[in-house]
Write a protein that binds this ligand. Structure first.
Ligand code: ADP
Length: 219
């Protein structure tokens, strides 16, 4: 199977981080920016880099943009350019567009014009840092929907040596322990009798409010 090809429009901090990461993972990446200097800075870190204004339909067409499997729109402050670019990409038949939104309203417009995936990097990172501040045991936080999330949490002292049955997290907090990780070894669908050990990392799914109650109870 041919490797996926990516185009990233906007080589700011977010766009260049995505483009460089994909290139380092071995994918072909075309970087596009209207700012010549940004393109010069990207030339050695991505497969191809071109200076073009993404609100110019002809420019995108001549780059063969519709042949890319995924096009990321990582235009920062210029919301108008971000919306116009997304509209043109969908008009040109790009199947998968991933677009960075500056705020909820921007996100709503992007959804209406057919953006396939909308990401809020600043908001999501803020949320993660906030959770980490409430409970330093939280290693990662993945939002599944507005109401539900998955957290990865270092087993708190108070849990160590006790079984999932004894902890009774499902009944007490309405959250489910989906997996337990220990030094890279994954125990998926753990048994009620499984004991929590030091160094364990619990992967827990639940409603945001229930997860917060759990975090607070063990912090
Ligand atoms: P970040 O917040 O991720 O650092 P920036 O706002 O700094 O984002 O960067 C956005 C990038 O998008 C800039 O390099 C800018 O030149 C580029 N950009 C803005 N408008 C267009 C456009 N119409 N076509 C191509 N690139 C654009």
């Amino acid at each position: 199977m041919a490797k996926k090809q990516f185009a990233v429009i906007g080589m700011g901090r977010f766009g260049s981080s995505i483009a460089t990461s994909l290139t380092n993972m071995g994918y072909e990446v075309l970087a596009i920016d209207s700012n010549e200097q940004r393109i010069q800075e990207s030339i050695n870190t991505v497969t191809h880099a071109v200076t073009a204004d993404s609100t110019d339909e002809e420019a995108l067409r001549s780059l063969g943009i519709r042949n890319f499997d995924v096009v990321v729109v990582a235009i920062g402050d210029d919301i108008q350019a971000s919306i116009l670019t997304t509209l043109i990409l969908k008009d040109l038949g790009v199947k998968m567009t991933v677009v960075k939104a500056q705020n909820e309203l921007h996100g709503k417009v992007l959804q209406k014009i057919g953006a396939d995936k909308i990401v809020y990097p600043e908001r999501d990172m803020g949320l993660r840092v906030a959770h980490h501040l409430i409970s330093p045991n939280i290693l990662d936080y993945i939002e599944l929907s507005d109401d539900y999330s998955i957290i990865e949490v270092k087993a708190p002292e108070a849990m160590i040596g006790r079984s999932l049955k004894q902890l009774d997290i499902r009944a007490k907090f309405k959250c489910n322990v989906m997996a337990i990780k220990n030094n890279g070894v994954m125990n998926i669908a753990p048994y009620a009798e499984d004991l929590i050990r030091g160094e364990d990392v619990l992967v827990i799914v639940g409603k945001n409010s229930d997860l917060t109650n759990l975090e607070k109870a063990y912090s």
